[in-house]
Ligand binder design. Structure first.
Ligand code: FUL
Length: 609
């Protein structure tokens, strides 16, 4: 380009200069095809897996969503140790951590000047503690990046719902973005309004999720102080929610969204796992999930920690599908990551490292059916350099890549990466292996669509001395920077493993009336737990309940427990109500409120134990 600008004198000079440029520097690079990632988003993609920490009053009150009225004195960890968190996170091969500086209950884990509802009024370090500062220091010591979660919803403050709250929220942002060094990410959840303590009012406050918080200004404010921070929300602008709290993306996953359409609390979240193929902005998926069913620590979940195999599976279905994985640790009441949790995540990393240990293509020189020219040859696919890439001439959107191995090998994983600085392009491809002089397709289910930052295919072991990838469709000439192949060993995790929520129950007869489920046991029994497994299609979710017991459906009026099934919309896990044993034959679960007003309650499964 520079040469061309300088040599406008004659046509021949120009031609000569162009020819020289081509042969000295290689062929012309492909035009980028938008939407494109920013430099900070490119860095973020490379972080791949990092941790989430949920810790606060809920930990001690055994809740998922605090109402905003739990006294600050309840926050009293006996052995809080942010370095233990950082060591565990590091040992699990993660690159950073995000802390819930304030969850929906409004309790602040830092020395804020803006409210009394903070760590300052807790017994921890006689009120001198500051978890944002302490975790920041631990991150610096162990080489982890640091980020923060600041819930827009605040069930404690009397200001919530008024314009003054928005001002308060901005001041919280100012404190967090100016006092604690560089943040790699700033996390804004779905911004619910609803019932809460609100300074003692104890009422329901609805806000307009689109307009109330003035999100454009919230984003601008964060970025003024922390330009590198990737802002997480349903619609970015840095990265997007993947549409579920189970930690995986769709088999097809675009890093784009129609940005104008999406806002925190977006009502079409079912589109988020795939993204919007016609999107206008680069807003890649971040897959959030907790190592346990809940986000906060509950002793009753000690036997429900995800297994190493389940965690490995989630890695493949998040990072292996063009997303980042944020894995939550619920800090326990002592103030540490529970040993079962740390054992399982470290073991998951060990399995992954073993499965992806030896790249069988490292020394292989692939061939391509089409190449753009010098500088874009297929060698770039196996040179281990993320800055080089193979590409085809403009307009050539399908091509074949062949990898000949030095000898017959067992293969069960294939890893592909696009050079995403120029956009996400590939729409469909196939993979084959050579056997007895023939190409045999490898069945990878629905996984051979998009690639993006990373695609990892898992398939039953094949024995072969050659692999072939055929790009069938691409938005423009494909640009691939890396291809690797592995033999994962006799891994139990060759496909998705679902989290099965199991519970045993006494037998009962079930009838449903308008707003209630009536469970009649064969005889009066001592019951200590009630299970509600919500429907999988998200219909008829009970958010507020009352549980009654008695001898007959008419006389079952003894109130056993009432409350909310917090976060059931985003995280529809089995809800377990535990209580001191009560002997009764009839049990009634009354739906005081469902997620969508007026909708009849539904359940997948109910249980009594
Ligand atoms: C959601 C919250 O409601 C949950 O409690 C949790 O913090 C999750 C990560 O985000 O929006």
């Amino acid at each position: 380009m520079n040469l061309m600008r300088k040599t406008k004198k004659t046509l021949s000079l120009l031609l000569l200069a162009t020819a020289l440029t081509a042969c000295q520097q290689g062929a012309k690079a492909p035009e980028a095809i938008g939407p494109l990632p920013s430099e900070y988003q490119l860095t973020w993609h490379d972080m791949e897996t990092y941790a989430f920490i949920h810790f606060g009053l809920n930990t001690f009150a055994d809740k998922e969503w605090g109402y905003g009225d739990t006294p600050a004195e309840v926050f009293n960890p006996s052995h809080l140790d942010c370095e233990q968190w950082a060591q565990t996170i590091k040992a699990a091969g993660m690159t950073g951590v995000i802390l819930t500086a304030k969850h929906h209950d409004g309790f602040c884990l830092w020395q804020t000047d803006l409210t009394e509802y903070s760590i300052r009024n807790s017994p921890y370090k006689q009120g001198k503690g500051d978890l944002v500062a302490e975790l920041r220091a631990a991150c610096d010591k162990y080489g982890l990046k640091f980020g923060l979660y600041l819930s827009p919803w605040d069930r404690n403050t009397a200001l919530y719902g008024t314009p003054d709250y928005v001002d308060y929220y901005h001041k919280q942002i100012e404190e967090l973005t100016t006092r604690y060094g560089d943040l790699f990410e700033f996390w804004l959840d779905g911004a619910n309004g609803g019932d809460g303590y609100y300074g003692g009012a104890r009422e329901t406050r609805q806000i307009d999720r689109r307009t109330y918080y003035n999100f454009p200004e919230v984003f601008a404010h964060i970025l003024r102080n922390q330009p590198q921070a990737i802002i997480f929300s349903d619609g970015g602008p840095g990265c997007r929610w993947v549409g579920n709290e189970r930690g995986f993306a769709s088999a097809t996953n675009w890093a784009f969204l129609r940005q104008e359409e999406v806002y925190p609390g977006y009502d079409r979240s079912e589109t988020l796992p795939v993204g919007h193929p016609d999107g206008t902005a680069w807003i890649p998926a971040e897959c959030d999930v907790s190592v346990r069913p809940g986000w906060f620590y509950h002793e009753t979940e000690d036997d429900r920690v995800k297994s190493p195999e389940q965690l490995v599976d989630l890695y493949y279905r998040s990072v292996g599908r063009n997303g980042n994985l944020i894995l939550n640790f619920p800090i326990d009441k002592t103030g540490r990551i529970h040993p079962i949790d740390s054992t399982n995540v470290v073991e998951a990393r060990r399995i992954l490292d073993k499965e992806l240990a030896l790249n069988l293509l490292a020394q292989v020189k692939p061939t391509a059916s089409a190449t753009r020219g010098k500088g874009f040859e297929a060698d770039a696919l196996t040179d281990g350099n993320p800055a080089t890439y193979w590409s085809t001439p403009d307009g050539v959107t399908s091509a074949t890549l062949t990898f000949t191995l030095p000898k017959v090998q067992q293969v069960s994983r294939l890893l592909l990466q696009e050079y995403i600085a120029l956009g996400q392009r590939v729409q469909e491809f196939t993979v084959e292996y050579a056997k007895d002089g023939q190409w045999i397709p490898i069945d990878c289910g629905e996984e051979t669509t998009t690639i993006g930052h990373k695609r990892i295919l898992r398939f039953p072991t094949v024995e072969t001395d050659a692999l072939r990838i055929t790009i069938l469709q691409s938005r423009a000439c494909p640009c691939l920077s890396n291809v690797e192949a592995f033999y994962a060993g006799e891994s139990p995790v060759n496909g998705p493993t679902e989290n099965r929520e199991e519970f045993r129950s006494y037998p009962f007869e079930l009838t449903q009336q308008a707003d209630r489920f009536i469970l009649e046991l064969d005889q009066p029994r001592q019951i200590r737990a009630f299970y509600y497994q919500p429907p999988t299609d998200g219909q008829g979710l009970i958010t507020h309940y009352e549980l009654y017991a008695g001898d007959t459906p008419q006389t079952a009026t003894q109130l056993i427990k009432k409350g909310e099934f917090s976060n059931i919309v985003n995280n529809p896990i089995t809800q377990i109500l535990r209580f001191a044993p009560v002997k009764a034959k009839v049990w009634i679960l009354k739906a005081v409120k469902t997620a969508k007003e007026g909708e009849a309650p539904k359940s997948q499964k109910l249980g009594l134990q």
